[in-house]
Design a binder for this molecule. Structure first.
Ligand code: HEC
Ligand code: HEC
Ligand code: HEC
Ligand code: HEC
Ligand code: HEC
Length: 454
């Protein structure tokens, strides 16, 4: 017995260790694994609505609640991502990752690909209350590709414990909810080729707002005085769940301030006048555009109108940087890689942007493995020049305009307009995405005048 004792002790320690690890490990590991849980482990947003009605109503109008059901998401997922993962061995399983961010519950329930939105399954809950409020941590240092750790149960995580007890659930206060990494876990994305195809939180980190402590939450979940729950306490800084972004024209309008001025106020036909446009990013905490940069297009259109109503289009002066051709509108074709999931051999592509030729475009092109521009961000093997407008950055563009001989003497009005589209129009049209997804929105405009003498 005496001799056996150390073995017995060792044995108990091993058993204890196994017990501890088998209890701990699954949660750590399963917290973001496909098929780790069941739908019934999660409450529906309607359940939370009983006591958090205002937040529910705000969330249900935000893109967050439509991340799976929204038409363009449905089209890109079912027409491009799912067939692409079947057609190209290098893309196998790529469609599962979409669910990790757009409908995390379906992913965690192993319901991949989920039923179509029209079938009204629980996948439609998209980025629901439970998805965020059950996040207990982020794996690793950098937040990206849904590396959150979710633990279903009656414990909800938040940035404050609350003054009132909730009759429904426990509340655990965690710093993560007042950290931008919780957002970054879905708003930063790396493609299978290791390229950052979404980097909103990383852009923020490198910009001026991070050091000033202005969080995503401050601009997208603004605070106001209200009760956060039925019968709960009133807080002076309750965090509203608006999550309004690029799909809210009011949020996008005025994001960039525009000014245009000539280098000379009086001129004659045949003489050049140089107009300078200044674009100042006053509002965004990240670059503009950010997020789905492969889809978004922002362009500056400048035109002059003389006293007779003749209109002249001014193309932007070239600056000569590498990759500039992707930032000036042309009539070339692009997005040929859509042919693979669409099953079209030698697909010739569609127009790259279809905005007036010669206009400046603020964008960053994404390239497929063959070096062609793509809107399928998962198929991105490299990135082109980043000519977007950073937070608080000012860009200037010049327009050297030789006054045409037919210019009518009198006042010449020159107007600069910055436009924005959520999705490049030719792609939207080709894939039959509802028109509102590629309607041109005016971000801002400004005009100036010169006098033309005969
Ligand atoms: C039966 C009512 C009830 C239901 C159902 C309910 N809650 Fe709560 N919840 C409360 C109350 C009360 C508080 C405390 C509010 C306060 O601080 O005064 C609270 C607090 C919270 C907090 C902490 C922040 C705060 O304001 O204190 C979070 C996060 C939260 N609830 C999330 C949820 C989620 C997610 C659901 C759905 C899964 C849910 N709740 C369902 C009543 C409820
Ligand atoms: C579980 C993943 C996930 C987390 C966590 C998350 N988001 Fe999102 N968010 C999405 C997805 C997916 C969309 C895109 C919805 C769509 O258009 O399909 C989105 C959309 C948005 C939009 C709307 C953009 C638009 O085009 O209008 C804003 C704003 C936003 N998120 C901000 C935040 C902020 C702030 C946080 C952190 C507090 C956050 N998100 C956390 C997944 C997430
Ligand atoms: C994209 C992630 C996300 C989603 C989806 C989400 N929340 Fe939140 N919620 C947060 C974050 C982050 C905070 C804390 C914000 C802060 O403190 O800056 C928060 C705070 C709260 C609070 C406390 C507010 C306060 O001021 O203390 C309640 C209550 C709450 N959420 C309930 C809900 C309910 C109910 C839903 C669904 C209708 C929901 N949340 C959906 C991320 C989310
Ligand atoms: C200083 C305020 C501010 C901060 C901080 C901020 N945003 Fe924004 N965000 C905006 C404005 C304004 C827009 C609308 C213009 C636009 O679409 O970029 C926007 C747009 C967005 C969009 C839609 C962009 C697109 O082009 O599709 C997303 C997604 C988003 N924000 C997420 C975030 C996340 C995540 C963070 C934190 C890492 C964050 N924002 C920080 C102001 C802010
Ligand atoms: C790491 C998280 C993540 C992954 C993985 C991901 N997405 Fe997204 N997706 C987002 C976020 C966040 C947005 C919102 C960005 C913005 O508003 O600019 C978004 C936006 C989109 C949009 C644009 C929505 C709109 O209304 O303009 C489409 C379409 C889309 N995703 C489809 C997909 C498909 C298909 C896949 C898989 C191949 C995928 N996503 C993978 C997080 C992700």
């Amino acid at each position: 017995m005496k001799k056996l004792f150390p073995f017995f002790l060792l044995g108990s320690v091993i058993i204890l260790l196994i017990a501890v690890f088998s209890f701990k490990l699954p949660l750590q590991e399963e917290g973001n694994k496909k098929g780790a849980f069941k739908y019934k482990d999660f409450q529906k947003p309607e359940y939370c609505r009983q006591c958090h009605n205002q937040f529910y109503q705000q969330w249900s109008q935000a893109m967050m609640s439509q991340a799976y059901t929204h038409e363009w998401d449905e089209i890109e997922y079912f027409k491009l991502a799912v067939p692409h993962s079947e057609a190209d061995p290098a893309m196998k399983g790529v469609h599962e990752g979409c669910n990790g961010c757009h409908t995390p519950m379906a992913y965690l329930a192993g319901d991949v690909p989920p039923p179509l939105p029209s079938e009204n399954s629980r996948a439609n809950e998209s980025v629901s209350c439970e998805v965020c409020h059950l996040i207990k941590g982020i794996e690793g240092d950098t937040a990206y590709n849904f590396n959150w750790v979710i633990e279903p149960g009656t414990t909800k995580y938040s940035s404050r414990k609350g003054d009132t007890e909730s009759p429904d659930h426990k509340i655990v206060e965690t710093d993560l909810f007042s950290d931008t990494k919780i957002c970054g876990s879905c708003h930063n994305e790396k493609s299978p080729f290791g390229i950052w195809v979404k980097s909103t939180q990383l852009e923020w980190e490198q910009g001026p707002y991070a050091s000033e402590g202005v969080l995503c939450q401050d601009c997208h979940m603004p605070s106001t005085e209200m009760a956060t729950a039925k019968m709960g306490a009133v807080y002076p800084n309750a965090k509203m769940h608006l999550f309004n972004g690029a799909h809210d024209p009011g949020k996008v309008r005025g994001t960039i301030e525009l000014r245009i001025q000539p280098d000379i106020r009086e001129s004659v036909p045949g003489e050049p006048v140089v107009f300078t446009v200044t674009l100042f990013n006053q509002k965004t905490g990240h670059k503009f555009p950010t997020g789905s940069v492969e889809d978004r297009i922002v362009w500056l259109h400048v035109e002059a109108e003389d006293e007779k109503g003749n209109v002249y289009h001014l193309p932007v002066d070239k600056k000569g940087f590498e990759g500039e051709e992707y930032t000036i509108a042309s009539d070339v074709l692009a997005y040929q890689d859509m042919g693979v999931p669409l099953g079209i051999d030698n697909f010739e592509g569609v127009r790259r942007e279809e905005v007036p030729i010669g206009d400046r475009i603020f964008r960053m092109p994404y390239f497929d493995p063959q070096g062609r521009m793509t809107i399928m961000q998962w198929n991105t093997a490299s990135l082109g020049v980043d000519y977007r407008i950073g937070p608080r950055e000012t860009k200037t563009e010049t327009y050297t305009f030789e006054l045409p001989w037919e210019t009518e003497p009198g006042q010449l009005k020159v107007k600069a307009t910055l436009y924005y589209r959520l999705l490049v129009k030719p792609v939207g049209e080709y894939l039959e995405v509802p028109e509102e997804e590629f309607a041109a929105l005016e971000v801002n405009s400004h005009s100036t005048e010169i006098t033309v003498y005969p």
